[in-house]
Design a protein around this ligand. Structure first.
Ligand SMILES: C[S@@+](CC[C@H](N)C(=O)[O-])C[C@H]1O[C@@H](n2cnc3c(N)ncnc32)[C@H](O)[C@@H]1O
Length: 140
């Protein structure tokens, strides 16, 4: 099995939720800075349940920025960043694991309705071959 296939099987099929992670190297929601917690609470529970990330490090002043989230998984950080960049900004999430992306995409409308704007899009692809993705054309 290739490394890509092994990673896809792990994140897409083996894990069912954050509690299944086989490492404690990642941070849980408790480790998030206090000012981000109200934004996290607005994210759909199914998206947060599939959070396999290592904590979110982000500067506070992102309004209007374009952010590329490489290895976005189910989109928790993308939807958090969506609120930080605001309606004039944009977030693009890239991931190669179809199951995780399906969750991310499946809740795009939910979050757009909740936030009052749609500024997040997701692309399936690998970080090694970003040149194959229509990043420039991405508009939520
Ligand atoms: C540690 S998880 C983090 C997921 C997500 N950021 C989150 O917060 O839940 C790593 C993610 O990166 C993706 N990934 C790993 N290597 C990748 C690659 N070379 N190209 C695209 N995605 C990759 C996996 O599919 C997985 O969803």
């Amino acid at each position: 099995m290739s490394t890509h296939a092994a990673v896809q099987a792990y994140y897409g099929q083996e894990l069912g939720g954050s509690a299944d992670l086989k490492t404690n190297a990642c941070c849980d929601a408790e480790a998030l800075p206090a000012w981000l917690k109200p934004l996290l609470e607005r994210i759909h529970p199914e998206v947060s349940k599939r959070y396999y990330g290592c904590g979110l490090v982000c500067p506070p002043l992102l309004e209007g920025c374009r952010v590329l989230d490489l290895g976005c998984g189910s989109g928790r950080d993308a939807y958090l960043l969506s609120q930080l960049v605001g309606p004039r900004g944009q977030v693009v999430g890239v991931d190669m694991t179809r199951e995780q992306l399906a969750i991310a995409k499946g809740y795009a409308e939910y979050h757009a309705d909740l936030f009052g704007y749609a500024n997040v899009s997701f692309l399936e692809g690998t970080i090694e071959q970003l040149q194959e993705l229509p990043l420039g054309a991405c508009r939520a």
